[in-house]
Design a protein around this ligand. Sequence first.
Ligand code: ATP
Length: 231
Amino acid sequence: MLQVRGINQFYNQSHILWDLDLQLGEGACGCLLGRNGVGKTTLLKCIMGLLPIRDGQILFKGRDISRLSTEHRARGGIGYVPQGREIFPLLTVEENLKISLGARADRARQIPPLIYELFPVLREMKHRRGGDLSGGQQQQLAIGRALVLDPSLLILDEPTEGIQPNVVRDISDVIRRLNSELGLTVLLVEQKLPFARRTADEFFIMERGRAVAGGPMDQLDDQLIQQYLTV
Ligand SMILES: Nc1ncnc2c1ncn2[C@@H]1O[C@H](COP(=O)(O)OP(=O)(O)OP(=O)(O)O)[C@@H](O)[C@H]1O
């Protein structure tokens, strides 16, 4: 589904991603792990086309998307839930969702019923402003907004950041459901190991801009955790 091949990325003179490879099969739920500042968010932004890559390739469903705009990637089936959620605080919940409709290839005008079915609270609060929602509700809105475009790959950057512990499990359940029941391929960045283990079935570890380890989640052992994740 997604193949990242030998990408290099720079912020001006700073070389951040180094010959980085990553492969995610159709239907997989993968979690990108690594200490602060190793380049996880940068990688997701490169996949989304929010940052340019210097060289290498990004293939989605076998097609090289490296030079496509973010909008084309989104229309082509990649949904993105950014770190910090980036919802519009002054717009209503419904308006936040509708904003994505314009980018749908089929020009649909209605919010897909699936979104309110997955997140009933968004229906209840559809006339409230985004900024009035709790952190967990805002995260549901951010995921809902990404789903408006009916993606086949969903990318989430630290979906549990700043969310109350009792809601973290709900977010995990929703991601699992999207993956196992609706067949979405998922790539997420996460710092919380219990959440990562519960939610994803594959892991990738980054260290200083390089991919250094990966495999099925049950192979994420203490030695890898000690070497690459413990601070
Ligand atoms: N806009 C920018 N300009 C210059 N350097 C940046 C910029 N954004 C990030 N960096 C640097 O790039 C490196 C990778 O940052 P990135 O945010 O991708 O890491 P991360 O693994 O996602 O970290 P975190 O877990 O803290 O979000 C860091 O050294 C960071 O300081």
